[in-house]
Design a protein around this ligand. Structure first.
Ligand code: DGL
Length: 265
């Protein structure tokens, strides 16, 4: 059993690449991953519902794991629930927001695209990020829930034709507007970064927040003296019951990221 792990949470598998980034940098630390298939997807829910779901999950995680830190590896949950989580819990809570600033700094022709969930696209939090960091740019926002669903449910059963249709649906508008940077404003999209880059064509930069968030987690571990060495392989846990097919798919993700299958929390 792990003690005081850093716990990464998301509605599904989107936070796995974030945990992986930190784990590559600091392999000896204890980590746990918790996906929330019971409430997936967050991106279509109302803000208050998202706050309620995420706080209930963190309460449960607190009881089971006594975490040293929570990483909300989900943009939708962060933009709606982060401030509430920070009020409620004594441990540090790190969030993930769309990397608008680096995209605006990079963009030579000042046109950027943001791909996110329906709920993030319409969040006042995102308006503020855009006003603060990208006011000199034209910003195109696209909600791409179908890609998120594909990754969560069918990523390892790859269907190239379906993938191309999903790319068309989400990205053709950004291509037409000739954006030169696309912000992956939902953690799930990292699984598709290469396909998105291929579809958009070569001068277009695909930007995610993995490194920025990962470095912040490392800084917080140091600042609050939370480093807990452990030989235990990080576990992948889920909320709620899973159908056998869903469980098989999640187990593939666990294997892909070298995680111990923990099953239902
Ligand atoms: N991975 C989540 C994000 O970064 C969203 C997926 C969902 O809609 O649940 O926003």
């Amino acid at each position: 059993m792990t003690e005081n792990p850093v716990v990464f949470i998301d509605s599904g598998v989107g936070g796995l690449p974030y945990m992986d980034w930190v784990r590559q940098e600091l392999p000896e630390q204890e980590y746990v991953y918790v996906a929330d298939p019971k409430n997936f997807p967050y991106g279509i829910r109302k803000p208050q519902q998202i706050i309620d779901i995420v706080t209930a999950n963190v309460d449960l995680i607190r009881e089971v794991f006594n975490p040293s830190m929570i990483v909300v590896a989900c943009n939708t949950a962060t933009v709606h629930a982060l401030s509430r989580l920070r009020e409620l819990y004594p441990f540090p809570v790190v969030g993930v927001v769309p990397a608008v600033k680096p995209a605006a700094i990079y963009s030579p022709n000042r046109r950027i695209g943001i791909l996110a969930t329906e709920r993030t696209i319409r969040a006042p939090y995102l308006d503020n990020l855009v006003n603060e960091f990208a006011s000199a740019c034209t910003v195109y926002r696209v909600a791409a829930g179908n890609i998120i669903d594909y990754i969560e449910k069918r990523y390892f059963h790859r269907d190239e034709e379906e993938m191309f249709t999903l790319m068309e649906e989400a990205l053709s508008e950004l291509k037409r507007h000739q954006v030169d940077a696309v912000v992956l404003g939902c953690t799930h999209f990292i699984f598709m970064d290469e396909a998105i880059g291929r579809y958009m064509g070569s001068p277009v930069k695909i930007i995610d927040s993995r490194e920025g968030v990962g470095r912040q987690v490392l800084r917080m571990l140091q600042r609050y003296n939370l480093f807990r060495p452990s030989a235990v392989r990080p576990g992948f846990f889920t909320t709620g019951g899973l159908s056998p097919a869903d469980e098989d798919h999640y187990r593939l993700f666990a294997g892909h990221f070298d995680l111990e299958w923990g099953g239902r929390l």
